[in-house]
Write a protein that binds this ligand. Structure first.
Ligand code: IPD
Ligand code: CA
Length: 276
């Protein structure tokens, strides 16, 4: 599981031989966007119930609305593709193996949402043989919807996105997250310490998917985190790449756990040298 790979750059779902024909990328994207908007809208509409907890962990919560929003997103996907294979953050059982896999993070930034902070989103990606073909990230409080498919530039609310031109770490704003797993926390804090000295600013905003979209939008220059999951990053990684940046995903453990470096491209190599 320790191999390094970009699930993005070198794959082309349209050229992959599949058992049944692939719907067009436009159709896949329209469905991903509809599902992300529906899941996100449900969370926003029911924000008065945001403190109803399903399960509590040491540094995290699972909300009743996490499950509900995943169900809403799933129903939207199944309206378009009734037999879709779906992997959602809230699932406990793996989906059946399929060429085309839909990946949902119903509320990315659950802790932000729970506390009433505005930075959270619903993320939906569709992969063809492990390569993301299309993805959408919808942040309801900001009313921003980020989208991309493999043959189209990324957009936010229909406007094209482009990564920043920052090329020196000392001028860069870099976003990250702090994983609380014991084996990763010390390493993440040491990296935070190192990078705060080498960059203009380091920020922790609390929603990996939305953070990566900020890199696509040129508002931040890079994002990195260890110990996140495929549903946190699948859609946003494509969005940053189709905005001219680079997303490098490294599988690190079971259950789709990974490490990601997403950047404007220019800062990728210097950042990578410090992180890996
Ligand atoms: C979390 C957020 C957070 C990141 C965590 C993720 P969740 O997702 O993306 O920013 O630091 O690693 O697990 O649990 O809110 O869906
Ligand atoms: Ca998440």
């Amino acid at each position: 599981m320790a191999e390094n790979h970009s699930i993005q750059k070198d794959c082309c779902p349209m050229k992959t031989k599949l058992k049944s024909p692939l719907p067009s990328l436009d159709r896949l994207l329209a469905c991903a966007e509809a599902a992300a908007r529906a899941g996100g809208a449900h969370a926003l509409k029911h924000a008065h119930r945001r403190s109803v907890i399903a399960e509590t962990f040491a540094h995290d919560v699972k909300l009743k609305l996490d499950r509900e929003c995943q169900d809403v997103a799933e129903r939207t996907i199944r309206k378009h593709f009734p037999r879709a294979a779906i992997l959602g953050e809230e699932d406990t059982v793996a989906p059946v193996a399929a060429d085309v896999l839909w990946i949902i993070d119903p509320i990315d930034g659950t802790v932000n949402y729970f506390h009433g902070l505005p930075l959270w989103c619903c993320s939906v990606a569709v992969q063809v043989r492990e390569c993301t073909a299309a993805g959408a990230v919808y942040a309801p409080v900001l009313d921003e919807c980020y989208t991309a498919h493999r043959e189209r530039s990324s957009t936010c609310n229909g406007r094209p996105l482009a990564v920043s031109a920052t090329h020196r770490l000392k001028d860069a704003v870099i976003l990250t997250g702090l994983n609380k797993q014991n084996d990763l926390l010390d390493r993440s804090i040491a990296l935070f310490h190192l990078l705060s000295r080498k960059t203009q600013k380091l920020r922790i905003m609390g929603s990996a998917a939305l953070d990566i979209c900020q890199v696509a939008a040129g508002r931040a220059d890079a994002f990195f985190e260890s110990g996140i999951y495929l549903w946190d990053a699948a859609a946003a990684a494509l969005i940053v790449e189709q905005a001219g940046g680079r997303a490098e995903i490294m599988a690190t453990g079971p259950h789709h756990q990974l490490r990601i470096i997403a950047s404007n491209g220019r800062l990728h190599a210097p950042l990578r040298r410090l992180i890996l």
